[in-house]
Design a protein around this ligand. Structure first.
Ligand SMILES: Nc1ncnc2c1ncn2[C@@H]1O[C@H](COP(=O)(O)OP(=O)(O)OP(=O)(O)O)[C@@H](O)[C@H]1O
Length: 325
């Protein structure tokens, strides 16, 4: 057993690179530690390298360089030990369609050399509302049910880490809620969860920590709350009695924009700042005789932050590329 990362890291990814046979560099030196018991969301646009990274950690794809430790075990040299700690719910269905639900989960447990435990498998199926379907063939199940079977399969050998690759892509609202609840229950039992998602609201709702990957590079990892505090902005929207054509000169020093075809003044400020400047702004507006009909404030969502982050990086990269040329 190799000691690496801190004691409470269940997964340590060290300087991982992946160049596919086509010459495409899908990962460019990614390092990351996953804390035991956390829910970690990996966000990134299409083709960023999320599935590649998960596949390497789970031992399905070979890295070009770097290494991965799972609970202290090198995932290449101590593959079996590392792999037995992981449950993977892939994006695509990989079940044998002719098997029953029950046979599928039993086989999955057996493949990891775990002793038979029907009570545990029953609990897993009940938690996923699959118990009534246990004798059905997989091919006879709906798409949502098939996805539940993938999860049951991944949990059958009692993994310590569960990877969910796009768990709710294309599923209905009800199943999404069920999945979120299930993920929370698993976390309560001490299972570490790593999920990739395109749904930023999913990360916002579920994750303790967020990593953003772009073009094979991890551009950020941060506690969700800190991220939202640090990068979050608040907006105060002042609905006006009379529309304005432009932001008055006297208010030029404030970060104001006109909205709603001149019917609203929008003031954007730092969510973490102690002094928002709102009191002063309202006084100035009153002095200018601008009548305010209503006002409301809103906090930027993780989606705004994410789009802003990916976008600003892109612009910075383009600017740098421009300089070189
Ligand atoms: N077997 C392969 N051979 C060559 N290139 C590949 C292979 N698998 C993936 N890629 C490329 O590597 C990049 C990263 O793919 P990956 O599937 O890891 O991205 P992703 O972040 O999971 O994307 P998505 O959100 O679309 O699932 C993509 O540009 C993809 O085309």
């Amino acid at each position: 057993m190799i000691v690496g990362g801190s004691v409470d890291s269940i997964i340590v990814v060290d300087n991982l690179t992946k160049t596919y046979e086509t010459g495409f560099r899908a990962l460019k030196g990614v390092s990351l530690s996953i804390r035991r018991g956390e829910i970690f969301a990996l966000l990134g646009p299409n083709g960023a390298g999320k599935t590649t990274m998960i596949s390497i950690i789970c031992g399905l794809v070979n890295a070009s360089s770097g290494r991965v430790l799972v609970d202290g075990y090198d995932n290449v040299r101590e593959y079996r030990k590392a792999r037995s700690r992981i449950g993977l719910v892939p994006q695509e269905l990989t079940n044998n369609m002719f098997d029953s639900v029950w046979a599928t989960v039993r086989l999955s447990r057996g493949l990891f050399g775990k002793p038979r435990n029907d009570a545990l498998l029953e609990q897993i199926l009940r938690d996923l509302s699959l118990w009534d379907k246990r004798n059905e063939r997989i091919m006879a199940l709906s798409g949502g049910m098939k996805r539940r079977v993938l999860i049951a399969k991944a949990l059958a050998h009692e993994p310590e880490v569960l990877f969910l690759d796009e768990p709710t892509a294309g599923v209905d609202v009800e199943l999404r809620r069920d999945m979120w609840n299930m993920v929370r229950r698993l976390q309560e039992r001490g299972v570490t969860i790593i999920l990739t998602t395109h749904y930023i609201e999913e990360a916002e709702e579920m994750a303790d920590r967020i990593g953003v990957i772009r073009q094979g590079e991890l551009i950020l990892t941060e506690d969700k709350d800190t991220l939202m505090q640090q990068l979050g902005t608040r907006q105060l929207t002042l609905q006006l009695q009379q529309p304005l054509e432009a932001v008055p000169e006297a208010l030029a020093g404030y970060p104001l924009t006109l909205g709603e075809q001149g019917h609203a003044l929008v003031y954007t400020f730092d969510a973490k700042a102690e002094q928002s400047g709102i009191a002063e702004l309202l006084k100035r507006i009153d002095q200018l005789g601008i009548e305010v009909r209503d006002l409301h404030s809103s906090q930027s969502s993780l989606e705004d932050i994410f789009v802003g982050l990916v976008h600003s990086r892109k612009q910075a990269d383009e600017a740098t590329a421009g300089e070189v040329v």
